[in-house]
Design a protein around this ligand. Structure first.
Ligand SMILES: *Cc1c(COP(=O)(O)O)cnc(C)c1O
Length: 408
């Protein structure tokens, strides 16, 4: 064997192990239909067919909103395709500046800072804060997103993981840290896989008592919660108690990009020291322009949020009637629990191939082994007929695969 073959064999062996566990990832090749959310054409080896997408993080269909698309087209016509540089070297466009103002306003903060994705915003901000505050300890919720975990790891700051949403454990750990050391509590509002929501107020109370900063990932909440779509902290009147609010432009706002909103000093600090902010080409101006329109729209309009809530309630009611087990939670995320990676994949394949229903199976390592699930995200644009079709397909599959029903 030559070198290349030897390396490829090593890679293939690990991929085979992944396949054997049922955890190998297959991507559905979709062509989304502008103006017809949640419909898409799926292309596959055997041909192509139309599907209803049930697992998009474009939670409100804003990625296809005519005003958003128009703003993007207009910005391409006026500014061209790319930003042309890093923020420091010719890549700061009027649309970036305007968007940062819009985001600071959304969260009631002095400033905001854009990144190329939510992942990068978490990674860059946490790693910079943790690395540059001498003696800093980061207290990280056990279910934090990979981007936060990587940021904390990269900071090389001391890390304490507290049990998910467990105030007693958080307090115990805060109390055990020398009082003079800088502390940062990092957590999320809506957790994406279980759809549960953190006790933000109580965490802020603990932060006050122990003199800690707070870092809140509102990626699955911005656009969706609060009267202006500022997230769960807005809904609960807590935005001013959070040191750093982090969000994405790629989920409910329907475009792409990430950001933090915080004090002018924090944003300036991250702007000045974060490698993941400094050394990368800024977002295309058209992306910033589209995001700006999307945020403004959701600041004014509650219609999408209300219709989404109705769709979520309707799907839950249908599942309950049929005894299809799903995690109860106070959010817009409906995790249907299959608890087996192979069956989870099989169900998703049958839904796709026989019912034109696309939901990606969620397996390890995204969720713990034994909690494999289908994660449904009903949107304002899923009709009652879509929901009925989904529920009846699941009903049939639950019998066909001899899966356990929930007590009625
Ligand atoms: C998706 C996600 C991110 C990353 O946001 P992107 O804009 O998609 O990079 C960050 N945090 C959480 C909790 C997420 O689910």
């Amino acid at each position: 064997m030559d070198q290349k073959t030897r390396f490829d064999a090593a890679f293939s062996a690990q991929l085979d192990a992944l396949r054997a566990e049922g955890n190998y990832r297959w991507f559905a090749n979709l062509e989304r239909h502008a103006g017809d959310f949640p419909r898409a054409t799926r292309r596959h080896a055997g041909g192509q067919g139309d599907v209803t997408v049930w697992c998009s993080n474009d939670y409100l269909g804003m990625g296809q909103h005519p005003a958003v698309a128009e703003a993007m087209k207009a910005a391409i016509d006026s500014c061209g395709a790319g930003a042309g540089g890093t923020r420091n070297i010719s890549g700061t466009n009027v649309h970036h500046v305007e968007l940062e103002r819009e985001l600071a306003d959304l969260h009631g903060k002095e400033a905001a800072l854009l990144f190329t994705s939510g992942y990068v915003s978490n990674w860059a901000t946490l790693s910079t804060l943790g690395a540059r505050l001498p003696g800093c300890v980061i207290l990280s919720d056990a279910l934090n997103h990979a981007s936060m975990i990587e940021g904390v790891r990269h900071s090389r700051a001391e890390k304490r993981i507290w049990k998910h949403n467990d105030l007693a454990d958080l307090e115990r750990q805060l109390a055990s840290i020398e009082p003079g050391r800088p502390k940062l509590i990092a957590f999320e509002s809506v957790y994406s896989m279980d759809g549960d929501i953190a006790p933000i107020r109580e965490i802020c109370d603990l932060a006050d008592r122990y003199g800690a900063m707070t870092y809140l990932d509102e990626v699955h909440a911005v656009g969706l919660y609060g009267p202006r779509g500022g997230g769960v902290a807005e809904r609960e009147g807590l935005m001013d108690r959070i040191t750093v609010i982090e969000g994405t432009l790629g989920k409910a706002f329907g475009v792409v990009g990430g950001y933090i909103a915080a004090s002018a000093a924090v944003c300036d600090f991250v702007r000045s020291f974060a490698s993941g902010f400094i050394f990368t080409t800024s977002l295309p101006p058209a992306v910033a322009a589209g995001a700006c329109v999307s945020i403004r729209h959701l600041k004014e309009s509650d219609a999408e949020r209300l219709a989404q809530r109705r769709a979520v309630a309707l799907l839950r009611a249908r599942l309950d009637r049929l005894g299809i087990p799903h995690l109860p939670n106070p959010s817009h995320i409906v995790p249907v629990m299959v608890k087996d990676p192979v069956k989870c994949k099989l169900l998703s394949d049958i839904l796709l191939d026989e019912h034109g229903i696309y939901v990606q199976p969620i397996n390890y390592p995204t969720v713990p082994k034994g909690t494999e699930r289908l994660r449904f995200t009903p949107s304002p644009l899923h009709s009652e007929a879509d929901i009925d079709r989904l529920a009846s397909a699941l009903h049939g599959l639950w019998s066909q695969c001899a899966l356990a029903r929930a007590a009625a």
